[in-house]
Design a protein around this ligand. Structure first.
Ligand code: AMP
Ligand code: GLY
Length: 426
């Protein structure tokens, strides 16, 4: 089979790496890919959002299966465009992808399906949101822009003053553009955040082991939000019984509700959950693998991913057996450019990649990298996802940081405490 992976980050490198190992994979293409994906297959210089050219490429190369990494092409309707040409593609249609691309759609669906989620109110204009905040008691809330805003359209507020300011930024100044045309104001929850991903064809659900991302830039969950500074899998925050509950009370009703609304879902359903004292509640749904959660998750997966995605894309997921997992845990430490998540420079030469890759049970997934002649240079904010496996979380952590120490470029940094949130549960 010929496979095309769409995207260019660490998640796509992990997908290409795993799919390339399949005995069924004759060739893997990655569009546009990075310096790491080149090791797993062939990069194709087409941006992930250039759907017309991707369709053309897939037809020309007779691609059997396309796997979409990021949310933007899904929200733009890449799956609809491929299916219209009779091409098999793993991911949700544009209508089903609204679960991620519209927070208003997501919250209304969750309410209709009685899926636990924070209390919320929807506003079509900023003035109404301001009146609402001024009329009720001062309490911590979260203000969210309806549309996709690269993870930045969510403002967590401690009091009314901050919430009013957030409404102004999103709804009046339109800092996130049209994404702010509608607003959600919801109750702010406390608890531990986890990610639960499931592969589904709209009928059968294959729940993956739970994982935990680290979204803040600095140790101890301080500093600005990022695209994710590291993740580990499985997380002991969610035990087997809770995972079962999440499947029954959150994932299954969401898949059913989407089907009922005429938007059947195929692809990865990713629940961003807060584990509260009243149980797990949905903060958001994503419609793709999490980045960086995908990296440690796939690094632990035994067996062949290709038939799973292939059958899911064709609505026959019940035909495949659930995969086995390496015992123990895996962790992924993101190494970033100086200045990230703010402005940063690119083009720094990365050294030590081979030495790090020589370590057993380590895989360095590339995110923002590029090849320049014989050298690999930085080309993004999140540069590498250094991923390691071990019999325990702390063993995996030790291995990952041993590999991190071997890699260097000017200004490289990472969080030193990835996976430490697990410590109080084990
Ligand atoms: P979202 O894109 O909706 O997941 O929001 C991004 C981040 O904001 C989440 O990962 C949480 O850390 C935080 N967040 C979102 N909603 C809430 C909430 N209701 N209570 C507390 N934190 C939240
Ligand atoms: N790790 C968060 C995300 O993929 O959205």
């Amino acid at each position: 089979m010929k496979v095309l992976v769409v995207g260019s980050g660490g998640r796509e490198h992990a997908l290409a790496w795993k799919l390339a190992q399949s005995p069924l994979a004759q060739k893997v293409f990655i569009a546009p890919g990075n310096a790491g994906t080149e090791e797993e297959g062939q990069n194709v210089p087409i941006p992930a959002t250039d759907i017309a050219r991707l369709v053309q490429f897939a037809r020309q190369e007779k691609i059997d299966l396309t796997v979409v990494g990021p949310e933007q092409p899904l929200a733009l309707g890449i799956v609809d465009a491929f299916q219209a040409q009779g091409l098999t593609i793993f991911g949700p249609t544009q209508a089903a992808a609204e679960l991620e691309s519209s927070k208003v759609f997501c919250k209304e669906l969750l309410r209709s399906a009685a899926v636990p989620t924070p209390e919320f109110h929807i506003f079509h204009e900023a003035e109404a949101a301001i009146r609402f905040l001024e009329s009720r008691e001062d309490m911590p809330v979260v203000v969210k822009a309806d549309g996709l805003a690269a993870g930045k359209g969510v403002i967590v507020c401690s009091n009314r003053q901050e919430a009013l300011e957030a409404v102004r930024r999103i709804g009046i100044e339109k800092q996130f553009g049209e994404a702010g045309n509608r607003l959600v104001i919801e109750e702010r929850l406390d608890g531990e955040e986890v990610s639960v991903m499931a592969i589904t064809d709209g009928r059968t659900i294959l729940t993956l082991p739970p994982s935990q991302d680290h979204k803040r830039a600095y140790e101890g969950d301080q500093g600005p939000n990022t695209g994710g500074m590291g993740a580990y899998c499985p997380t002991p925050v969610v035990d087997e019984q809770t995972l079962h509950w999440i499947e029954e009370r959150i994932l299954v009703p969401t898949v059913h509700a989407l089907k009922h609304k005429g938007r059947p879902f195929r692809g990865v359903l990713y629940a961003g959950l807060m584990i509260t004292r009243q149980g797990p509640k949905v903060l958001e749904f994503n419609v793709r693998f999490g980045d960086p959660e995908c990296q440690p998750t796939l690094f632990r997966m035994k067996g062949d991913l290709l038939p799973i995605l292939w059958e899911a894309a064709r609505g026959r997921l019940q035909r495949v057996d659930p995969p086995d997992w390496e015992p123990g845990a895996a962790i992924c430490v993101v190494m970033a450019s100086e200045g990230y998540p703010g402005p940063y420079e690119k083009g720094k030469v990365i050294r030590g990649l081979e030495q790090a890759q020589e370590l057993e049970n380590v895989k360095v997934f590339h995110a923002g990298t590029a090849r320049q002649n014989d050298q690999i240079v930085t080309a993004g904010g999140r540069v590498l996802g250094v991923t390691a496996r071990g019999p325990t979380i702390s063993a995996a952590k030790y291995e990952a940081y041993r590999a991190v120490k071997l890699i260097r470029w000017e200004g490289a940094w990472c969080r030193k405490d990835i996976s430490d949130r697990a410590l109080k549960y084990i």
